[in-house]
Design a protein around this ligand. Structure first.
Ligand SMILES: [Zn+2]
Ligand SMILES: [Zn+2]
Length: 257
């Protein structure tokens, strides 16, 4: 039965997983449909508590860094060898160029027989310049400021909206995409005293809060942080820039939309 949509955090770590915590993965589900943004290393085990591999509606990958997609590999094993059967292949939406990256990765498993990926997945690359309709929800994308092509994602359904920053330095495209949304899920990778040398690709909690303020969002959820940042520290610094409600995500956190 359809219920109010919820965001569930299946992985809140940046690329170095915090102890007992997985890398990026976020589930939006309403009891009837489900979509997962990213499936970073370690996150499948967490995700299964809420929606198992036989019932996941679709997975959308923001960019091809390992901390955002690597658990597609164990997911493939689950779909091939697990006891739960799907009625149809699981749709995976990759960023432009993602298919080639994934194929290079799984070429290491060429002797496993069958088509390693397409036996269980349908693989498509989304066009970030166009909306993507998924199970009654509309997704829109915006390129972020990162070290590889990466895309923030805005999810909208029945008047509820969420924007996921993916990985990004402060960026006007991301702010514009997030404009006025109910929940802004934003990365906060950098420690306050940390400065990126050369081209930038990440934000601090302070900068995430500035984007939330500039976008006029209803709520800010900070995520994608390492063990050097405590939730309390992130919360305190973000409050100096953004007056709305702030929560620091952790694995298994649940938010109503
Ligand atoms: Zn990342
Ligand atoms: Zn990244």
């Amino acid at each position: 039965m359809s219920a109010n949509p919820r965001l569930i955090v299946a992985g809140s770590s940046s690329s170095v997983p915090r102890p007992d915590r997985a890398c990026s993965s976020y589930l939006i589900e309403d009891g009837e449909s489900s979509v997962v943004f990213d499936l970073g290393s370690g996150s499948l085990a967490n995700l299964r508590r809420y929606v198992d591999y036989d019932r996941v509606g679709a997975i959308v990958i923001s960019h091809m860094h390992a901390d955002h997609f690597l658990d597609l590999i164990p997911l493939r094993y689950a779909l091939c060898y697990g006891s739960r059967q799907r009625k149809a292949k699981l749709p995976i939406y990759l960023p432009p160029g993602g298919l080639a990256t994934l194929k290079r990765l799984v070429s290491a498993f060429a002797d496993e027989g069958g088509e390693f990926l397409t036996d269980v997945f349908t693989l498509d690359e989304y066009d970030p310049s166009r909306p993507l309709a998924l199970d009654g929800a509309k997704l829109r994308f915006a390129p972020t400021a990162h070290f590889v092509p990466a895309f923030a994602i805005r999810w909208q359904r029945n008047g509820a909206s969420l924007t996921y920053s993916a990985d990004t330095a402060p960026d006007a495209n991301v702010t514009a995409l997030a404009r006025g949304c109910d929940l802004f899920l934003c990365e906060a990778t950098l420690r306050l005293d940390e400065r990126e040398i050369g081209p930038r690709g990440h934000s601090s909690g302070l900068e995430a809060a500035e984007m939330a303020r500039d976008a006029g969002v209803e709520r800010l959820v900070l995520t994608h942080y390492g063990e050097e940042s405590t939730a309390a520290d992130l919360d305190v610094v973000a409050r100096t820039r953004y007056a709305g409600p702030i929560v620091v995500a952790d694995d298994h956190a649940v938010f109503s939309l």
